[in-house]
Every structure is written in C-alpha cells, then in structure tokens.
Design a protein around this ligand. Structure first.
Ligand code: FES
Ligand SMILES: [Fe+2]
Length: 413
C-alpha cells in the first residue's frame, strides 16, 4: 500500500468512534481492500450446497471483485477457483449457474477438471511436429487459482488465504451457534435477485450494523408502529468486533399471529393502519422467541431473519463508489405450503423495493454524494458509547465501531 494511504494519518486519533470519509472514496484503499481483505485472511460465503446439488453443478460468484466459480466436484466435495483461464486470463464460465463434466475455455480450449486442474491443452504437441508447447511444459504448474473451501450447515465458504483460522474459529462460538440455529434444517432456496447501490460497499455494511436507524429511517415501521426499539433485544459482537447479531423479540399471540393482528401494535384511530394484516402475519420460527435477527459476518455477508422472511445477502464491490447487493431468499425443505406463502408475503418487506428495506438502498448514496468534496473530514459513532462490546440495547452503534475495529486490523490502518 502506498505510504500516504497507511499509518496514523488515515485514522483519527479518537479511534473507532470516528471514521474518515476517505475510506469511502480512496481508490488506493479500495485496491488494498481487495488484497488485504477479500484475497486475505477472511472466509467468504460463496453459495448454498443445495444450489449445486449434483456433481458437475456450478455457480459463479465473486469474492470482492474477483470472479469465482463454486462447483460440486464430488458427492461430498466442493471446489472453488478463480473464474479465469490460466492461459491468457479469459473468463471460463459466463452463466450464473450450470452443469459441466469439465471446464473448457472458449478461447484456446484449455480444459480443466472439476477440481480446477489443467487436464488438456489443445495442440500441446503441435501438428506433424511443428509448433506446440515446449517439451518441458508442465500442465500441473498451470491449474486454476484454487481457493480453500469449508462447509458449515450447508453454507459453502471459500478463502484465498492459507493462514486464515478454520471457519468456526474465524466466526467464533456465538456467531457459529447462530449460523447453526438458522441452518439447522435443510434449506430450500426460494429465489434471488440483486440491486446496484451507488455507494461504497462499506456504507451498506454500516447500515446493516446500525440498529438504531430502523425506527427512524424506515417510515413503514414508524407509520404502522412496528419494530419499536422498546422491544426486548440487543447486540451481540464477537471478539474481533467484525461480526455481530442484532436481535429482538416481537410478542406473538397464542395462535401464532403477531401483535399487529391482535391490535396491541396497531396504530390509533387517527393514524394509518394496514387494510390487510396478512402482509405481516408470521409464526414463531424459533423456540427462543427471537423474531428479528440480523447477523453481519465480516466483511460483507448478512444472514437475515425478519419474522419468517429469511435471506442471505452478500455485497460485491464494483469500484470505489458502487456495489451490488445479492439477495438469496430461503425457507426449509419441510415448510408447509402455508408457511411458504407466509414467507413469500413477508418478502414484500425486503429487497430493492421492500416496504422496509427500500430506504437502505439509497441512504448510502446520500452519504456518498455529500462527502465527495470533503475526504479529510470524518463521521461520528458515539451512540451507545465509544467502545466495542455486546450490549442489551439496540440504540447503539457498537457493532458499527466493531466493524471498523476489525477493518483496521485487517488493513493495518
Ligand atoms: S485464454 Fe483460455 S485457453 Fe487461452
Ligand atoms: Fe435499514
């Protein structure tokens, strides 16, 4: 990293209760993130095992801005490698998903096994003794760039790093337990979509980790008096500060409806109320009573439980001022048809046009467009104190500070 992008000059002396705006606009920091974070010592979610059910099934994705292929390479084996031919660097697979016996590059037909090993080079021996590769050309030296792979509860993670701790250690006990809670039953993928956000990727992760904006920014919640910060809940952080869970308990009545239906949360006569409360109908998904849980896994993954709307979100940076947010909505194999319908109705809350999450798609840009001229200024993060710790309130920015603590560690800032 260039000298001027590192060291104490980047970060204010006040520490993680301040964030320099430059982290959202500096192209040198963006390049360093690709190297130190995304190709560094992190684990990155690359897909559900059920998305590639048969040997040879693959999906393409990204780790940071590096294109990656996830493939089921054996009955119980997953492989991941960079989606780039070892010869001249052409993209190997253009489709979002598909099936292959082997991967063959369209440019000069180099062929790779499902494990990413180079198996064949067209015209390796030339034609009638003329041309071809040198005699000492060793195919085994030109495999695809392979990643380490680990699976947790049907979630496949990959890493460029040989030194990153095993996945469960990287996540820590509390975060691993939450992943196991969410994925204890076989998953059924319900659908996926993506949205382009016109802001630096970290602004969206901060938004996810900022639990106190929800009742202020999201007018659907305030208008219909939902998800109040007075509900029982809190923030749980791991030791690094980089991962978090924000959780709350919305009371549900005995027949499995929400308090909204029973009238306790319904707005007064002079306020708005929902004509059709089915849009919010839910049942207790887990026995622990937690109805809302947003888990942020460092650096760019979100596991979402909003009542019975379940999803995984992953952010892909697309340059310093833009990113793409990929949503995968899921339920469970053994869902009843009625439960499935409920999940689909609740999906109205989320996504780019979601009744709740619509504003999160633009508010990062509100920041990005205002800081253009002031890269040396800084933001304030003092809600809930100036420290990084778990708290039994959600009126706090502790998990945002935790993100920056972990970020600075990885980036050496
Ligand atoms: S670039 Fe792939 S075979 Fe030449
Ligand atoms: Fe939000």
């Amino acid at each position: 990293m260039p000298a001027e992008a590192s060291g104490p000059s980047v970060w204010p002396a006040a520490g993680v209760s301040r964030v320099p705006y430059r982290v959202y606009t500096d192209p040198q920091l963006y390049a360093a993130e690709q190297e130190r974070l995304f190709r560094g010592a992190i684990w990155q979610f690359v897909g559900f095992a059920v998305e590639v059910p048969r040997v040879g099934d693959f999906k393409t994705t990204w780790i940071g801005d590096t294109p990656v292929i996830l493939v089921r390479s054996g009955p119980d084996e997953f492989s991941a490698f960079v989606n780039r031919c070892a010869h001249r660097g052409a993209v190997l697979c253009f489709e979002p998903s598909g099936h292959r016996q082997q991967f063959t590059c369209v440019y000069h037909n180099w062929g790779y096994s499902l494990q990413g090993d180079l198996k064949s080079v067209a015209f390796q021996r030339g034609i009638r003794g003329a041309g071809g590769m040198p005699d000492d050309f060793d195919r085994s030296q030109h495999n695809l760039r392979k990643l380490r792979v680990q699976v947790l509860s049907g979630l496949v993670f990959a890493s460029f790093s040989e030194t990153v701790a095993p996945l469960e250690e990287y996540l820590g006990e509390r975060m691993t337990a939450h992943v196991k809670r969410m994925f204890a039953r076989p998953v059924k993928v319900l659908g996926s979509y993506s949205q382009v956000l016109h802001n630096n990727w970290k602004l969206y992760m901060e938004n996810v980790k900022d639990s106190y904006h929800a009742s202020l920014l999201h007018l659907f919640l305030t208008t219909f008096k939902l998800n109040r910060l007075s509900m029982e809940g809190g923030l749980a952080l791991d030791e690094s500060g980089g991962h978090h869970i924000s959780f709350s308990k919305m009371a549900t009545d005995t027949v499995g409806g929400t308090d909204y239906e029973s009238g306790k949360l319904r707005a007064q006569d002079d306020d708005f109320s929902l004509r059709d409360p089915r849009v919010l109908r839910s049942w207790p998904e887990f026995s622990d009573g937690i109805t809302h849980a947003i888990q942020g896994l460092f650096p760019n993954m979100v596991v979402q439980q909003i009542q019975n709307s379940l999803a995984v979100r992953v952010l892909v940076p697309r340059g310093v001022g833009e990113c793409e947010l990929f949503w995968t909505l899921f339920g469970y194999e053994d869902d009843t048809p009625e439960q499935l319908r409920t999940r689909l109705r609740l999906a109205n809350l989320i996504g780019p046009a979601g009744l709740v999450s619509m504003e999160d798609g633009i508010v990062g840009n509100f920041v990005q467009r205002a800081i253009g001229e002031r890269p040396m200024d800084q933001t304030i993060l003092e809600m809930g104190g100036r420290t990084v710790e778990s708290q039994d309130t959600r009126i706090s920015e502790a998990s945002v500070r935790g993100f920056w603590q972990c970020y600075r560690q990885h980036m050496g800032l």
